[in-house]
Design a protein around this ligand. Sequence first.
Ligand code: SAH
Ligand code: F3S
Length: 481
Amino acid sequence: MEKIIDEKQQGNSLVMEPQSGNGKKLMIESYGCQMNFSDSEIVASILAKEGFNTTQSLEEADLVLINTCSIRDKAEQTVRKRLEKYNAVKKINPGMKVGVLGCMAERLKAKFLEEEKIVDLVVGPDAYKDLPNLINEVEEGRNAVNVILSKDETYGDISPVRLQSNGVSAFVSITRGCDNMCTFCVVPFTRGRERSRDPQSILEEVNDLAAKGFKEITLLGQNVDSYLWYGGGLKKDFKNASEIQKATATNFAGLLKLVAEAHPKMRIRFSTSNPQDMTLDVIETMAKYPNICRYIHLPVQSGSDRILKEMNRLHTRQEYFELIDNIRKLMPDCAISQDMITGFPTETEEDHQDTLSLMEYVKYDFGFMFAYSERPGTMAARKLEDDVPEKVKKRRLTEIVNLQQEHSHYRTKQFLGKTVEVLIEKESKKSNLHWSGRTTQNTVAVFPKENYKVGDFVNVKINDCTSATLIGEAVGYSENN
Ligand code: SAH
Ligand code: F3S
């Protein structure tokens, strides 16, 4: 599981295709959540229009942009380490300009320029369309900052440049921001108010991906279940506002239906669901369409009712169980994963035991687990003392990670002897003779390549497994191919 914990922290350098060169070389690095990687594709699209050529070499970059994460202190430290590296490179490449994007930019604002002398440009998540102007300012020798958050920016009109793409799976963002205000979380401060993107522009993006041969999309939002679009339609056709809303609104279940019906062969995933906002109609819609993947990432954070309340997670342990029961009733083969935090302020051993017993009930397929990290400005930081000793947080973390590993193994073992559909994504990391792909449950499966290729839907008979991976052999193309 350690590997999974690190996964969200890993950086990646990205390549983009410019439309015409302006002689300048750009490098973008992304850290943090899937939304950041998706945002970098929007930034790449905006700057491709400005004619930037890309490079993966810091030494030759004229402009380096780092898309940052603030979710835990460790994520911010990773970015600061990278800035040190940029500093070293600047000695060889003194003309290089450095821009900070994303959540740290939003959190620290102009303070960034003082704290990290290397930074020339600070741009928050809603201000990327202003990048061409801001870069001009920097080129004229001034530092530039735009951290204005927006109530309606969704970048719905920008067609993302797919970066480091396998040509098979892509992210499509559907909402931005978050209104939930979980007390530990910095996201509502760094990404602003929640807003939904026009379903028509979502559908157009999916159409475009399908035309380019993509086989799987992940609809992205901090809280996808609260997706709601009430635009469209002519006002004069309706008597009053509520009628307009009813007649034209699309909720998340409606959006899933729209995309699933438009592309019956496309695999559809989504992330992230918040238990308090996930309604029965979403589960029913999933159950109805086989191309909506049998997988729900359903973070719970804690199994203790008292801690859930302190976290402002607006559901109880019992309500969470009811949701899990409903999912299992309508889709017995649906995989479920969690995010969990150990050592939230005031968490006792008893609360921790509640988390372990909740995990026993659900037996999650995967999990992303973290020790609580106090984030400046959040309600928890203002109201509660960070009083669980680091050693205790870490010990509890190890306990839930170990339990998760047992459960993951229990889940993968259920596939032994079965034949499952796998969408091939890439070569296996461990062997160039094997393909790696995922099942509808999001479980990784590896098998000998034979004559199959990336992007094929293949039926794979599972003969062996670890806690994280299914191992098998292809028995033919699946009917989805
Ligand atoms: N809804 C979001 C959640 C973003 S944060 C999504 O799309 O995934 C991802 C996870 O980081 C959270 O579910 C939580 O488990 C963890 N996290 C958030 N703030 C944290 C903090 N202050 N300390 C430790 N973990 C945190
Ligand atoms: Fe953060 Fe809670 Fe929103 S974890 S992103 S405030 S749903």
